[in-house]
Design a protein around this ligand. Structure first.
Ligand code: S3P
Length: 429
């Protein structure tokens, strides 16, 4: 187990982040969606994190040839996906497992999806049940809810499904299945979750269209899609750790360069802005997604806030946002966020345990929490194997020395996190 101690910053910083990790959601999708074409896909700036490399390696096990030079990846799809001779390991990635479950449900053959001990304890019936309802054969421990998942791919029926959870993973799994179904399908969610799947598949020539009545229409593929030709933008969820750093350190500022400005991904920045931070968004291009820079600068003590809507748009950033809430004036409230309980860790519990260790008072609710703003004190915080918990408390360490236990998990999404953090402060192993 690797532990790291982050020292409090000694002076204000100006940080230009050119190398924030490439977007994890988009990188996973690049690996998978390239399999739906009959021509090579060219991907620049693919995330070399453990999770997304696991998705790439699964694409290879399914018959793709992958040529990679650093983050430049060419994926040459097979003429027909092949039944792999071994199990498919998704690592720590819920996105990998759930999206591949949707894709493989419609492919002839037998597939076993597994992952690390954390992923093997996360709920899979949220995709398993709607997929089984359209004919997928998926089994696993605890009535098909827990991986390893055994999938016997075959014919799928079209569907009309209103999801009880706003989740891009469920939506994407069902879209990938719908592309292989017998007829046109319809999918709906209450709040539009991150829409990279719709944007990328439409860009490749599929009909995956959000209609004015809120239903997404998915037409089965009649021919292979066009290949992807994409430069993956920086990940706003990874950039957000350094946005919080600038928001809590007097006179500090950060620029996150070439990041996706997709509205379903930058809600946490909007909340940080509402709490009093100076933030501006500079759109530079629009290829599949709006892409540009986000500038963040300290603007005085933050004010407490309530976060209760558009939760799917900031679910991954809530741990880091909680660090900002801990030093805000007043009591902040997070509600309608019970999805936090089924992320890489139970993030309601792991965030509050960490904050309490730092001397911050909190109140736990089933679907969220309250944080009473105060002063972050030096502490030792365990990540519980959750990358976002580890990085959030590393940022808290900028205020007061923090020992973070079990930091290897950071490699799943942001392998160069500490390289950037050392530009601001001292880090000891
Ligand atoms: C993701 C969707 C989100 C997010 C996860 C990545 C994706 O999960 O938390 O980190 O790439 O589709 P849910 O869709 O389950 O909320």
């Amino acid at each position: 187990m690797k532990n790291v101690t982050v020292s409090a910053v000694e002076e204000a910083f100006t940080l230009e982040c050119l190398d924030i990790a490439p977007d994890k959601s988009i990188s996973h999708r690049c690996a998978m969606f390239s399999l739906l074409s009959d021509k090579p896909s060219k991907i620049k700036n693919f995330l070399l994190g453990e999770d997304t490399l696991a998705s790439l390696s699964i694409a290879e096990q399914l018959g793709a040839r992958v040529q990679r030079e650093g983050g430049n990846v060419q994926i040459i799809p097979p003429s027909k996906l092949t039944e792999p001779s071994n199990i498919l390991d998704c690592g720590n990635a819920g996105t990998g497992m759930r999206l591949y479950a949707g894709l493989l449900s419609g492919i002839e053959g037998s597939f076993i999806l597994t992952g690390d001990k954390y992923l093997r304890s996360r709920p899979m019936n949220r995709v398993g049940i709607p997929l089984r309802n359209i004919g997928a054969k998926i089994d696993g421990r605890e009535n098909g809810n827990l991986a390893p998942l055994a999938i016997r791919g075959g014919d799928l029926k079209s569907f009309k499904y209103a999801s009880p959870i706003d989740s891009a993973q469920i939506k994407s799994a069902l879209i990938l299945a719908a592309l292989q179904a017998d007829e046109t399908s319809l999918y709906k969610e209450e709040l539009l979750s991150r829409d990279h799947t719709e944007r990328m598949l439409s860009g490749m020539g599929a009909t995956v269209a959000l209609q004015s009545d809120g239903w997404i229409k998915i037409v089965p593929l009649e021919k292979p899609l066009n290949p992807l030709n994409i430069t993956v933008p920086a990940d706003p969820s990874s950039g957000f750790f350094f946005a919080v750093a600038a928001a809590i350190i007097p006179s500090a500022s950060t620029v996150i360069k070439n990041v996706t400005l997709n509205p379903t991904r930058i809600e946490a920045y909007k909340i940080l802005e509402k709490m009093g931070t100076n933030i501006s968004y500079i759109e530079k291009e629009n290829i599949y997604e709006p892409i540009g820079d986000i500038e963040i600068s300290y603007n005085g003590t933050l004010s407490a806030t309530t976060v209760e809507s558009n939760i799917a748009w900031l679910i991954d950033e809530l741990p880091a946002l909680s660090i900002a809430m801990s030093v805000a004036n007043g009591t902040s409230l997070v509600k309608n966020a019970k999805e936090l309980r089924v992320k890489e860790s139970d993030r309601i519990s792991t965030v509050l345990t960490g904050l309490n260790a730092c001397g911050i008072e909190t109140i736990e609710h089933e679907d969220g929490y309250e944080i009473i703003g105060g002063e972050i004190k030096s502490a030792t915080v365990n990540s519980h194997g959750d990358h976002r918990i580890a990085m959030s408390f590393a940022i808290a360490g900028l205020l007061s020395e923090m020992k973070i236990e079990d930091t290897e998990c950071i490699d799943t999404s942001f392998p160069n996190f500490f390289d950037i953090l050392t530009q601001i402060t001292h880090i000891k192993d």
